[in-house]
Design a protein around this ligand. Structure first.
Ligand SMILES: Nc1ncnc2c1ncn2[C@@H]1O[C@H](COP(=O)(O)OP(=O)(O)O)[C@@H](O)[C@H]1O
Ligand code: SF4
Ligand SMILES: [Mg+2]
Length: 339
């Protein structure tokens, strides 16, 4: 599989951003938080042209930060992101329009004082993708492609429903004619009845335009529906990566297994009590992650080697990788369960 989007050893730390007063207080021995959050830690991935990669993991595991690093919205602390051999950022600034983003909350991401037609045309005009003479037709074309009536171009965001606003946000991103689209929880803020329509619009547009897509969602069923491959993140690291059917069908990492098992479902036990399955234990603080495998304090398969040594990504099958010392045991456990 040839790499179109390459993410090489990308990390992102968020410093403590201390004020001068706090720095002085820390020097004098006062209790001030001086540690950095390692939001994304040494992530390497490649995505083929036209492929959709789903990114899943619990809240706070670094999905949005990784999405912003790939989109060139945030500079990495280390590592590079390349599209078709060209860097997305240089000297801390985005140098390409080939990657665009659709965010979770279209109300927050659209300028409330700007007519929606201008929101869609602003970027393409600035980058010479259309000109003042052709703009009206250009915007109308994108409105139609996302299922909006072009007569609405002079309206403002508040005059639209949540689903329509997300269609405008999609039109704004696609009117920049990107090759890569980052979707960060794009349906999470929408009514369930609207989610399927927007998901289907994504599927249709990414296929028709041949887009390479990173689809971030905490909703595993959505990711399963839209993605070719899936990457599972835990505390800033990718711990499992592979084709959706393989990873969802037979998790090779105990965290993936727990994540899929934790999808809320009602369980009636012998006493007729209703409870939800959840992942054991708390997510450790990214300020002080555990030694070795970050998952070891919560993992049912953990051994001494797990707290001593960080497991590196290694192949399970031709297209599948996992970072776990005992992945064979996990796969065997899954097979036992299936019998
Ligand atoms: N701008 C920021 N400054 C400081 N810490 C941040 C910032 N953005 C994210 N973080 C921290 O980075 C970690 C990953 O966050 P995020 O990427 O938003 O996770 P997710 O999208 O998976 O919920 C969290 O611990 C979060 O608190
Ligand atoms: S390396 Fe050890 S602790 Fe980490 S997931 Fe695998 S078995 Fe569990
Ligand atoms: Mg997020």
């Amino acid at each position: 599989m040839s790499a179109f989007l390459s993410i090489d050893n990308v990390s992102r730390l968020f410093g403590p951003n201390l004020t001068t007063g706090e720095k002085i207080a820390a020097k004098l021995g006062a209790k001030v938080e001086t540690r950095s959050v390692r939001a994304v830690s040494d992530v390497s991935l490649t995505v083929a042209r036209g492929e959709t990669l789903g990114l899943v993991g619990e809240s706070g595991c670094g999905k949005s930060t990784l999405g912003r690093l790939i989109a060139g919205i945030l500079p990495p602390t280390a590592g590079t992101v390349m599209i078709d051999g060209a860097p997305v950022m240089e000297n801390g600034a985005k140098v390409t329009t080939r990657v665009q983003t659709v965010f979770q909350d279209p109300f927050a991401s659209l300028d409330p004082r700007m007519k929606v037609g201008d929101t869609v045309s602003e970027g393409p005009i600035a980058h010479g993708l259309t000109n003042k003479v052709k703009t009206k037709a250009y915007v109308a074309e994108w409105f139609e492609r996302v299922g909006l009536d072009p007569v609405w171009v002079d309206r403002y965001p508040h005059q639209f429903s949540g689903g329509q606003r997300q269609r405008i946000a999609i039109a704004r991103a696609l009117a920049m004619q990107p090759d890569v689209l980052i979707c960060d929880e794009p349906v999470a803020s929408l009514d369930v009845s609207i989610q399927a329509q927007i998901i289907n619009l994504f599927l249709e547009l990414t296929r028709d335009l041949g887009l390479t897509t990173i689809f971030i969602s905490h909703d595993l069923s959505v990711v399963q529906h839209v993605s070719d491959r899936v990457a599972v993140m835990y505390l800033g690291r990718i711990v499992e990566l592979g084709p959706v059917a393989e990873v969802f069908g037979k998790p090779a990492h105990p965290y993936t297994d727990a994540l899929f098992g934790s999808v809320p479902k009602l369980v009636l036990d012998a006493d007729e009590l209703v409870h939800f399955d959840t992942i054991e234990g708390e997510v450790p603080s990214p300020l002080s992650p555990p030694s070795g495998c970050y998952y070891h304090p919560r993992c049912p398969l953990a051994t001494q080697a797990c707290s001593d040594q960080q497991p590196l990504m290694q192949p399970v099958t031709e297209r599948r990788e996992v970072a776990c010392h005992h992945f064979e045991e996990q796969i065997a456990k899954g097979l036992d369960k299936a019998v």
